[in-house]
Design a protein around this ligand. Structure first.
Ligand SMILES: *Cc1c(COP(=O)(O)O)cnc(C)c1O
Ligand SMILES: [Zn+2]
Length: 461
């Protein structure tokens, strides 16, 4: 364990600190979220970001191969040899000229950070490497999460490969995409399906893990967010340390946006970054808590003294009106984002904006990613749809450099894809038509033909 790392409450009026080997999901003193903090002046930190390149040749050391731990200097809560890795973070930043045209950017200005290349197919592995490293440090024997799918796939995989902890996953009923569920089952995780939605599963898993002392790996776990900071380090690395103008990311529980904000704040504090990119967090219209609170109600970080009454009232109204999140982008189908306060801090630090996009916009963007990018699941495409919207509004200008984070792999949710391409009208009705998707302009419809050579040849003319 590093004697120069600690946990610290993000509430500026509290700022209580706790040891690295303690397990908390919130500050015991005031209930706010915790950060992992460091005594940077006592730690060896590179003088410039390009110093990290000296570790590139050491790919035979598992931690240096890891896209998370090769930035160990920037998340040094345990010595590097104790860090858990299964080869996460070997992701690429794809320059996507065809997509650039679609969203309205100049050619060469749009980059897609493809996190689908992670071992379990989503960015969650960056965080799981951090959480497992901490779980190992505290000697946990079981780990749990509530999940819309990808956290459980990631937890199940890390548990299966490392055997450090046994996996217990809580899912809601009905909504989980089969690609993700099949991973958790295949990797052998104990799976509890609750009759309820993600938010129900989330509050239950917090109770259960407290009662049974099971290590919680949801993004309330500050060590998970440390791992996710490295997504931004890799973006900078692949831009040869040039700073993009915008980072655009889908917002669900807001772990990613929070960790990106922390990453940039720390780089700035360490003198490794001159300017902080702007952040755009994209909600689905059917799950738009952050959008409403920030853009409609004016909720701000306000130096840590954000308006809690406003949030409570918002949630109370949500309950009385019976509003429940619903979107084809199941990974961001969340009513009460657990990292809301940290995300407000990130928005403040990165001059952030929040937008919401429709199901139609998400699926059209997803089809475009399939045709000119590496493909993605619906939630990921919200970042492209959001970029398109922000360019139409003039908030992002066509010659700015934009990085969209593609959070999850194309194969995670085949139903959504097949439905869009009109493979099967009943799938289209079930997943898309009910959600107001009336057109499929980029559908690549299969052509059905009788088993006759002449007709087949005709079809290929
Ligand atoms: C978890 C997840 C999200 C949401 O990320 P948050 O950090 O919870 O905001 C978005 N897309 C995919 C594919 C995910 O798995
Ligand atoms: Zn506190």
């Amino acid at each position: 364990m590093s004697e120069h790392a600690f946990q610290i409450c993000i509430n500026p009026k509290c700022r209580k600190t706790y040891g690295i080997s303690e397990i908390h999901h919130a500050c015991p003193a005031c209930g706010e979220l915790l950060d992992v903090g460091y005594d940077w002046d006592k730690l060896p930190v590179p003088k410039k970001l390009s110093d990290f390149e000296q570790y590139w040749p050491n790919r035979n050391i598992p931690q240096r191969f890891s896209g998370v731990w090769r930035f160990h200097h920037l998340l040094p809560f345990v010595p590097i040899e104790d860090c858990v890795t299964i080869g996460e973070g070997q992701t690429i930043l794809q320059n996507a000229p065809f997509m650039a045209e679609y969203v309205g950017l100049k050619r060469g200005k749009l980059h897609l950070q493809y996190e689908g290349m992670n071992p379990s197919g989503s960015f969650k592995d960056n965080g799981m490497a951090g959480a497992f490293t901490h779980g190992k440090l505290v000697g946990a024997s079981r780990a749990a999460c509530a999940s819309t799918g990808n956290t459980s796939a990631s937890l199940a995989l890390y548990a299966a490969v490392t055997r450090l902890m046994k996996a217990v996953i809580f899912i809601g009923s009905g909504k989980i995409a089969y690609g993700k569920l099949s991973q958790a089952l295949d990797y052998g995780a104990k799976t509890i399906q609750i009759i309820g939605d993600f938010d129900d599963a989330m509050s239950r898993v917090q109770e259960v893990s407290k009662k049974l002392r099971i290590y919680l790996v949801n993004s309330v776990n500050p060590f998970r967010l440390e791992g996710q900071k490295t997504i931004m380090f890799r973006v900078l690395e692949q831009l040869r340390w040039n700073i993009p103008d915008w980072i655009v990311v889908p917002g669900g529980n807001l772990g990613n946006s929070s960790s990106f904000g922390k990453a940039f704040l720390e780089l700035k504090q360490l003198g490794l970054l001159e300017k902080i990119p702007r952040l755009a967090v994209i909600n689905a219209e059917g799950a738009d808590t952050l959008y409403r609170l920030v853009e409609k109600e004016g909720l701000r970080w306000n130096g840590g003294e954000y308006d809690k009454t406003l949030i409570e009232k918002f949630y109370a109204d949500m309950d009385t009106e019976g509003r429940r999140a619903d979107t084809i982008a199941s990974a961001i189908e969340i009513n009460r984002p657990v990292n809301l306060s940290k995300c407000l801090r990130a928005i403040d630090a990165c001059r952030g904006v929040v937008r919401e996009v429709s199901e139609q916009e998400i699926l059209d963007a997803k089809a475009q990613v399939g045709q000119g990018g590496l493909g993605c699941e619906p939630a990921s495409a919200a970042s492209l749809a959001g970029t398109k919207k922000l360019i139409t509004e003039g908030v992002i200008t066509p010659d700015e450099r934009v990085v969209c984070v593609l959070t999850g792999h194309q194969l995670k949710d085949p139903n959504a894809t097949v439905a869009y391409h009109r493979m099967d009208e009943s799938l289209y009705d079930k997943y898309l038509r009910v959600r107001g998707v009336t057109e499929t302009p980029f559908a690549n419809e299969p052509i059905t033909v009788p088993n006759q050579l002449e007709v087949i040849l005709d079809a290929l003319k």
